[in-house]
Ligand binder design. Sequence first.
Ligand code: GRF
Length: 230
Amino acid sequence: MSVRLAVFASGGGSNLQALLDRFADTPHAKVALVVSDRSGAGALARAESAGVPALHIPVSGRPDADVARDTIDALAAERIDLIALAGYLRLVPAPVVEKFHGRIVNIHPALLPAFGGPGMYGRRVHEAVLEAGCCVTGATVHYIDERYDEGRIIAQWPVPVLPGDSAATLAARVLEVEHRIYPAVIDAVARAMAGDRVAVPESRLTATETFQAGDAVPPDDQHIIAIARI
Ligand code: GRF
C-alpha cells in the first residue's frame, strides 16, 4: 500500500516542502493533495511546482458544514489516507476529524502541552517561551482532535533557548528541527499504515530504536525525545 498524504497549510509551507522532498520518490507514501484556507498561500504555489493537486478551500465567513463538506469531498476525490497539518491556522471541521480519527497529525513549534492552544501560533509561541524564561523549547508532532494542540503526542525534539535570542532567531532554530522531525514521523506513521512492522513500537521508545531499521534517519535524530505508539 502506498499511503496518500494530504497536507493542510495556511502559510509559506516550508514544512510542506520538507514533506514534498521526503516523499518525492518513495514507494510507501506520497503527497497527493495540498489544501489551504488562503488562496495566496505559498504552500499552494509549492504544491503546484511539485505537480501536486493544490486546492483553496475558503473558511472565513462560511458555515462549518460547507467547509466540512468541501474538505471531505476533496479528500475522497484524491483517496487520502492520512492528513498532515503544516501551519494550518484553522480548526479542522469536526466531521473531518471524526472521519479521519487517528489519521490527522500536526506539528507545533513548542513542547506541548506548554505554549499551545488558541492563538498560540507563529511568532506568539516563541515570544511566550522567551517571556516565560524557558531555557528549552522544541517541536512537537501530535495527533489532532477537535481542540487546538491537545491530541496525543507522537514525538518531541528539544531545542535550546540561547542568550540573546529573539522570537525570530528562536523560530528559525525550531523550524530547522521541524523540517527534520516532521518528515521522519510522517514516514514512520505511513510505514505503519502501509503494514511495515518496523515503525510500530508498542511503547515509548527513542527515535534511534524506533527508526533503527528505517533507512533515512540521520544519527542525531536520537534527539527526538519521545515517540509514542503509532
Ligand atoms: C511552523 O512553525 C509549524 O510548526 C506551525 O506553523 C509553522 C508553519 O511554517 N504549525 P511553514 O508554513 O511550514 O513554513
